[in-house]
Write a new protein. Sequence first.
Length: 174
Amino acid sequence: METKYLVDLGAAFIPLAVGFIWYHPMVLGKFAKAASGGSMEKMKTGHALLVYLLTYVGSYFIAQSLGSIVIHQYGLLSWLANQADVHKAGTELNTTVQGLYDKYGAEFRTFKHGAYHGYQIGLKFVLPILTIITLFERKKWQWLAIHGVYWIICLALMGGVVCAYMPIEIHVAR
């Protein structure tokens, strides 16, 4: 299996691992339950295996999407996607792009950089979405705080993993 898929599969476990700790009754689980108005009996109903499986699948899609945000090198190929010469070995454009990747392909490819962008996504994208849900569903602000910070932490960790461990080389034909 390609390393890219392994990185995404690994990063997809982060929300489950963080959630196991974050929502544990001895950490914030009791507060989350109270803020949502739910009960432990209600949370125990349903198919737990299906819940965790679908959570993992959703987290995998998030991990896949983070690559295009936290890895700046993907932007160049995206910008040149309609240029057929970018994928033809030996063309001027292909040689130029490959030269740029060879020289600058490792720039900003650290856990810290990816975590920063993941944090920004959580703060400026996910938190506003959760705020809107909180307002329209008349949820408690504690609900927003608990789930918002959870997703900021998860996205920061996922962004860090994806940025640091995704293969550096972008495949351009040589």
